[in-house]
Design a protein around this ligand. Sequence first.
Ligand code: C2E
Ligand code: CA
Ligand code: CA
Length: 396
Amino acid sequence: MHTKRLQFSPGDVVFREGDPPTSAYLVESGKVEILTHQDGVPLVLSILGAGDLLGEMAVIDDAPRTATARALTEVRLIEVDRAQINERIEASDPIVRALLKGQLNRYRTALNALRSGEAPVVVSSSGEHGLDADGYDDSAVAKIRLETQLRDALTSRTLEVRFQPIYEIREQRISGYEALVRWTHPVRGAISPAEFIALAEETSLILPVGEYVLDRVAETLARLDQLGVAPLPFVAVNMSGRQLAETDMLGAVQRASQRHGVDPRNIKIEVTESLMLDFERVGELIARCEALGIKVALDDFGTGYSNLGHLHKLQFSTVKIDQGFVRQMLDAPRCHAIVSAIVQMVHALDSDIVAEGVETDAQLQALDALNCRYAQGYLIGRPQTFDEMRRNHGLD
Ligand code: C2E
Ligand code: CA
Ligand code: CA
């Protein structure tokens, strides 16, 4: 990265109102005044000194300079390249970008009002259709809106938890469920958890969402127990990266179980392979869970981050083969071979195996022939409500 230093003497103009925004500057030494004109009379807006940033505004929103910068003393400036600033802005969170642009818009409006002596009226840069020229303001605002609505769904308890059956093939019975969260948005309708969990992950919202899901899971187990379902099925809950890093998930499992009077050992935790990058935390979680008899499953195995080095060090109770493999296993012999090898490997590691995304009877038969113990997928059942779940256990 090149560093360009510039020298100015008292009275020299660094840039003039209306100039194109070539670059920003960092004041190294000396004083610079920023001025505009009000009814033709010069008006000093600020005086900047060492360490201050100068002329960055016009660079950020690529607009002509709104004021003139003039040296008051001997001044040394470091030129900051436009690309440098833009790169940082592009890499930042879209919501932070939207906030920055909003502030700039307001500042410019206030400045114009000051010049003309009129009251400032902020006009949205996004115009009538809510679309910004760059297109990103809108998505940031949409995100903030969505986030607020998700928060509302959480407080009004309209977020739903469904339970997808997990079938023990040889025993021909449903021995567990996976809890999958559902959000019916007031306008957009059903929103996939794949979308809103990612959104919740970007903020701390994932933490109360996780607590909520656990509470509903424990509540459901308690209701099944009261109805006399025995043995009680296990319920697996999904855990995201932030939940692993920032919450005491195990503590939350224990609290929810206690609140509803159920054995925490009926709850399983599913972690996805991408979390294996945080190998030490996962190891710690498994160790703590094991001491309490709570099982931890490795989700979506075979996608993305498969790392056998981790698998040999981490004792998962269950490994779930990703649905992508199951979907193709009957059409692609190589895929069938992979599923077969995964099943054998997992058994050799003394873990249980669940095949995900089982949609046809032929797939179920093929998995049975490979000695795969559990199957989950639309063939067995979609994610279900409590009433549908009751029927699985002979209760009407
Ligand atoms: P996942 O843990 O891999 O969950 C399995 C997904 O596959 C679910 O999608 C399920 O509805 C879908 N599925 C199940 N069987 C079949 C099948 O036979 N065919 C097909 N095509 N799909 C099937 P869903 O419910 O949309 O969830 C998507 C992801 O969202 C989940 O993937 C999980 O990573 C995340 N998620 C869901 N609920 C929670 C939650 O409470 N907490 C966290 N942290 N993540 C969650
Ligand atoms: Ca899962
Ligand atoms: Ca999965």
